[in-house]
Design a protein around this ligand. Structure first.
Ligand code: ASP
Length: 342
C-alpha cells in the first residue's frame, strides 16, 4: 500500500518566495503547494497538507507545540508519518518539546526547514522537503517505520530531535547533534543507523501531554555574574525551575553566595538542572571542586542534554505536578526519550 504522510506547514524561510515586483520575501499560500513543488507528486507517497501559521519561528510559543501535538493525535491513525515544516531558529525547541509531549509514539514525525527560501533557485528547501517526506514514509520489509521517533532532518542528516541544536546562521548544514550520532545519513541512498533509533514503545496507543509549565529560566554563567542579579533571578516570584548553563564539565564559581543562593532556591522546591555551555561532552559535577559544590547543593546533572532538551523536558515534567520533589528530580535525571546519555 502506498504510504501516506501529513505535511504540516507552520512557517519559516522554507515557505517563502520572492515577490517579483519588490524582490522581498513573503510566505506563499501553502494551499498551492503542488504548484510550487510539482516534484513531490513524483514521490510514491500520498501527501496531504495542512497549514498552521505561517509563523516566524522566533514567535513560536508552547501554544504551537500543543496545537501540533493535538493535530498529530487527531490524525495519527490516518497517516504513516508526519513532516513538519518549521522555521529553523527555534526548530530544535519545538521538535524537542514534541518528543516529550508525544507519548508512546510509533510513527515518524520529521521536522525540517531551510536556510534559503524554497522559491530561490539555489534553495536547500527542496532537498530537505523531499527527503523528510521519504524518511517519514519509509518502512522496512515487515512494514515497520524506519525511524519511529521525533526527528529533525537537515542537510543530509536525520537527527534525534532532542539531541539537535541550530549551530549555523549561515551554512546549509545549520543543525548539529554533537552528543548523539545521526539516525540516518543521506547520500546516493538513505542509510538508517538502526542501532541508534528508538524502538517504538509497546506501552499502548499514542497519548499526548499538553500541560507544560513555562515559568522557568535559563541562566548562562559568565565571569562577572553578580550576586545581586543572580539572586534577583533565583528569587523571582512564580519561578518553577532553572536550567543553568555552566562551563566545561559542569563547572561554576565556588563563591559562597552563589552556592548559598542555589541551596535556598532548591530548598524552595525549584529544581536546578546543570547543562554545559560546550557543544560536546557532558556535565560531571563530581570531577572538579567547582562542580562538587553544586552537586552538594542539590543541583541535578543534565549530563549531555542540549539546552533545548533540558528546557522542554523541564516544562513537560513540571506539568505532571508530581506530588514529591524526589519523583520530579528522578525523572529529570532519567533519559525519557533518549535525550540524555545515562
Ligand atoms: N526566522 C526564520 C524562522 O526561524 C528563519 C528560518 O526559517 O530559517 O522562522
Amino acid at each position: 500500500m502506498t504510504p501516506s504522510v501529513l505535511l504540516i506547514y507552520t512557517g519559516g524561510t522554507i515557505g517563502m518566495k520572492t515577490d517579483p515586483a519588490t524582490g522581498a520575501l513573503f510566505p506563499f499560500d501553502f494551499k498551492n503547494i503542488y504548484e510550487e513543488f510539482p516534484y513531490i507528486h513524483k514521490l510514491n507517497v500520498e501527501i496531504e497538507t495542512i497549514r498552521l501559521g505561517p509563523i516566524d519561528s522566533a514567535n513560536v510559543t508552547p501554544e504551537l507545540w500543543v496545537r501540533l501535538a493535538e493535530l498529530i493525535r487527531d490524525e495519527y491513525d490516518r497517516y504513516d508519518g508526519f513532516v513538519i515544516l518549521h522555521g529553523t531558529d527555534t526548530m530544535s525547541y519545538t521538535a524537542s518539546a514534541l518528543s516529550f509531549m508525544l507519548e508512546n509514539l510509533a510513527k515518524p514525525v520529521v521536522f525540517t526547514g531551510s536556510q534559503l527560501p524554497i522559491g530561490v533557485l539555489r534553495t536547500d528547501g527542496r532537498a530537505n522537503l523531499i527527503t523528510a517526506i521519504e524518511i517519514a514514509a519509509a518502512r522496512d520489509s515487515l512494514g515497520n517505520a524506519m525511524a519511529p521517533e521525533v526527528g529533525l532532518y537537515f542537510h543530509n542528516r536525520l537527527y534525534r530531535a532532542n539531541r539537535s541544536s541550530k549551530y549555523s546562521a549561515e551554512g546549509l548544514d545549520a543543525f548539529r547533534s554533537d552528543t548523539y550520532p545521526p539516525l540516518a545519513e543521506v547520500g546516493v541512498s538513505i542509510h538508517y543507523n538502526t542501532q541508534y533509533i528508538l524502538c517504538p514503545s509497546d506501552r499502548g496507543p499514542l497519548r499526548i501531554r499538553t500541560k507544560l509549565v513555562n515559568n522557568i529560566m535559563v541562566v548562562r554563567m559568565f565571569p562577572g555574574l553578580s550576586e545581586e542579579i543572580f539572586r534577583s533571578i533565583t528569587g523571582l516570584k512564580g519561578l518553577r525551575g532553572i536550567v543553568l548553563e555552566t562551563y566545561g564539565a559542569g563547572n561554576a564559581p565556588t563563591s559562597l553566595w552563589f552556592l548559598k543562593a542555589l541551596r535556598e532556591t532548591i530548598a524552595r522546591g525549584v529544581p536546578v538542572v546543570n547543562v554545559t555551555q560546550c557543544d560536546n561532552g557532558s556535565v560531571a559535577m563530581e570531577r572538579y571542586e567547582t562542580g562538587l559544590g553544586m552537586l552538594q547543593a542539590g543541583v541535578i546533572s543534565g549530563r549531555d542534554s542540549t539546552t533545548e532538551a533540558a528546557v522542554t523536558k523541564m516544562m513537560y515534567l513540571l506539568g505532571f505536578g508530581f506530588s514529591s520533589r524526589a519523583e520530579l528530580n528522578k525523572q529529570l535525571k532519567l533519559s525519557i526519550r533518549g535525550e540524555i546519555t545515562v
